[in-house]
Design a protein around this ligand. Structure first.
Ligand code: IMP
Length: 471
């Protein structure tokens, strides 16, 4: 048999680009869907053929393809309770993961004290509170005195009682250092989740760190599914407003436990109406700093001030016609349902930023680009100018620059050079062939392809799984 190969799929912006739906579309071409980074901070909502929605945070997409193996690599951090919750909720839909879910023995376990630490310290960044940063920090710290901070899935295979004792010791040490915090987590939940997972799945942690490598040598085709997107990379993103893992194409091979020798192509996913959750620079944001403050505003109970339900009651036509970009952004957020899947907090929204997309596509060697939410571009026809704003360059202190600055401070001062391209008012949600797309949208796609140098492979024209035009 010929050896298999691997492709890498990545979000090229700040997350929530619609990666899961692209994975869902192409999953049938692969034997394994694998994650190489992050943990339960990823949010993937996928829809069954019957229209049932499933939200997954920890398990890779591709759950609907019965024969597909789901692999969680060593670059991930794993919350056993979330794995159990997802295995059980998929079970109620008749999706059986026994024999299909495999976790690398070298993946780190997210521990109770990681949640407490994230809840206590993640607010300034606006983290997902899933313990991700503290879990990666403990991975790097390894030990504190005699205590083992970095606990791995494979340790459970050898001596699970010892792993949970270490978890308990870590929790107690954290609590001793933070006596004022009332802990709402415990080790028991993790211990019982592990026991239950073994009952449901049988063995699901690989003993062999070369498990995936051997599969590919035997002919398996792997799709690596990136989580959190390249602009949230812990090294290359706008620190500190980033996640804690490596999110780029190269990381797929270290965190996904495969030799880079098997790499075939990289698929990038980008949204033509951009969004971002949490703080951090966002050059093309409608309403700039005002929008950031607006979207991040919280009620005393930590819920969002400007929730989905509230914004839905606004007069969308009036907002779209407004000369205030913040208001145009509000309308576009409602029209494109840009709210956190769990928290319903408003996502910050902005127009397409081409210098940024070009950089992320080039740095990650994107061979094929998939553009989502193209149906929403028509909403620009309802604005005062009726044209599509696209950021085509950057200026710093009034002078055009030829690169994307790397420091958060400088990048926050960058102003976008915006062009207004011809808009279109046609509803494209029913289009399935490129020839059916309005001329202005075809022109838009050509210009994006030319600017970024990436081959556009498909465009999303609606939220449903078949609302796609393959180019
Ligand atoms: P953390 O990954 O929970 O530590 O959060 C760090 C930053 O990454 C925050 O701004 C989060 O909102 C953002 N983030 C984490 N996961 C995702 C994701 O899947 N989509 C979009 N943003 C994310």
């Amino acid at each position: 048999m010929n050896p298999g190969y691997s492709d890498v799929l990545l979000g090229l912006q700040y997350g929530d680009e619609g990666k899961a739906r692209v994975v869902d579309m192409i999953a049938g071409d692969y034997d394994v869907i694998a994650r190489f980074n992050g943990g339960a901070n990823a949010g993937h909502t996928i829809e069954t053929e019957e229209g049932l929605k499933v939200a997954l945070n920890q398990i890779p997409s591709g759950v609907f393809k019965e024969k597909t193996l789901l692999y969680i690599g060593s670059g991930c951090v794993v919350d056993l309770r979330t794995v159990l919750r997802e295995v059980e909720s998929l079970g109620t839909l008749g999706i059986v993961l026994k024999g299909r879910l495999v976790i690398s023995p070298q993946a780190a376990l997210v521990q109770p004290h990681h949640f407490l630490e994230d809840a206590a310290t993640g607010g300034t960044i606006g983290t997902t509170r899933k313990g991700i940063g503290p879990a990666y920090a403990d991975r790097a710290s390894r030990m504190q005195g005699e205590r083992l901070l970095h606990l791995r899935a494979g340790d459970l295979l050898e001596n699970s009682a010892h792993v949970f004792d270490e978890m308990q010791a870590n929790l107690e040490a954290w609590q001793a250092a933070h006596p004022a915090v009332v802990a709402d987590v415990n080790v028991e939940e993790h211990r019982s989740a592990y026991a239950r997972l073994n009952e449901i799945l049988g063995s699901f942690i690989a003993a062999d760190p070369a498990f995936l490598e051997k599969k590919v040598r035997d002919g398996a085709r792997v799709l690596f599914e990136g989580a959190q997107s390249v602009l949230l990379d812990v090294v290359k993103g706008y620190v500190p407003y980033v996640t804690s893992s490596l999110t780029g194409a190269g990381a797929a091979y270290s965190g996904g436990d495969l030799s880079p020798h098997h790499h075939r192509k990289t698929i990038g996913v980008a949204k033509v109406l951009m969004s971002r959750v949490g703080h951090g620079p966002f050059v093309s944001e409608f309403g700039g700093a005002e929008s950031e403050a607006y979207c991040m505003a919280k009620n005393p109970d930590n819920s969002s001030v400007y929730s989905r339900d509230l914004e839905k009651t606004y007069d969308i036509d009036a907002l779209l016609k407004s000369s205030n970009p913040l208001e145009v952004g509000q309308a576009l957020r409602v029209l494109s349902s840009e709210y956190g899947t769990v928290s319903a907090r408003p996502r910050r929204v902005g127009s397409l930023d081409l210098p940024l997309l070009k950089m992320t596509a080039q740095l990650n060697g994107v061979d094929e680009l998939f553009l989502t939410k193209c149906d929403l571009l028509r909403e620009y026809s309802r604005t005062a100018s009726g044209r599509m704003p696209v950021t085509v360059g950057y200026a710093l202190n009034g002078v055009a620059i030829d690169h994307v600055p790397s420091t958060t401070e400088t990048y926050s001062k960058v102003k976008g050079i915006v062009e207004e391209w011809d808009g279109f008012a046609e509803d494209v949600s029913g289009c399935r062939k490129s020839a059916e797309l309005p001329a202005a949208l075809q022109e838009f796609l050509n210009r994006v392809g030319e600017f970024t140098g990436a081959q556009i492979m498909g465009v999303g024209v609606g939220p449903k799984r078949d609302q796609v035009v393959v180019l």
